[in-house]
Write a protein that binds this ligand. Structure first.
Ligand code: S3P
Length: 196
């Protein structure tokens, strides 16, 4: 753990979105933060900004292990005590036990945006989904199925709130807006302390 101010066990925590690639953590996280007047941070964006290396460069040049180490170190800093942030995490953040321990801190509210691999594959292969994901360079659906099997229990382990996004995204107008609203309502119900 990086050095930092002593932790206040009663202080507000952060709102953290977890889930597989393509579940919309960044888009909806940004929207929720905006609506609640909170800061937003995306771990991948932050890692790229801090290092000057794209996610592909991390995976290809430095390797996945180095990426995971940097991601874990960054998450520790992002989840430090301070004004509440909405945090969109990379899909693999739950792989490290240190991250799961941090996410399980009861001050934070962890929201799992859950969806099946076929649905995620169809979203990811859409033109509008521009994010480059080195792990999905082969057969996206087969990879997502494998990752889903590996990670499902880990997301469940850290999640305080689970939202099944498929019905929300498949029906009606403005799905992202409705998903944002669902998240805000769920935060209200859990009584999560969010302090700008
Ligand atoms: C990854 C997810 C990506 C990014 C990296 C690895 C994963 O983030 O961190 O490509 O292992 O699931 P998103 O979940 O935001 O796509």
């Amino acid at each position: 753990m990086p050095e930092g101010p002593p932790e206040d066990p009663s202080g507000p925590g952060h709102v953290v979105l977890v889930g597989m690639m393509g579940s919309g953590k960044t888009t909806v996280g940004r929207r929720v933060a905006h609506k609640l007047g909170l800061d937003f941070v995306d771990t991948d964006e932050e890692l790229v900004a801090e290092s000057g290396r794209s996610i592909t460069e991390w995976f290809v040049d430095a390797g996945e292990d180095a990426f995971r180490t940097a991601e874990t170190e960054l998450l520790g800093r992002i989840l430090a005590p301070g004004p509440t942030r909405v945090v969109a995490t990379g899909g693999g953040v739950v792989l490290a036990e240190a991250n799961r321990t941090r996410l399980s801190d009861c001050r934070h509210t962890v929201i799992w945006l859950r969806a099946g691999p076929a649905f995620l594959a169809s979203r990811i292969t859409r033109k509008s989904e521009r994010k480059v994901r080195p792990l999905l360079s082969g057969d996206p659906q087969a990879t997502l199925e494998r990752l889903d099997a590996e990670r499902r229990d880990l997301y469940a382990e850290v999640a305080d709130i689970v939202i099944d996004i498929e019905p929300v995204m498949n029906e009606g107008d403005h799905p992202r807006k409705r998903l944002g609203r669902l998240i805000i309502d769920a935060l209200g119900r859990t009584g999560a302390q969010v302090h700008p």
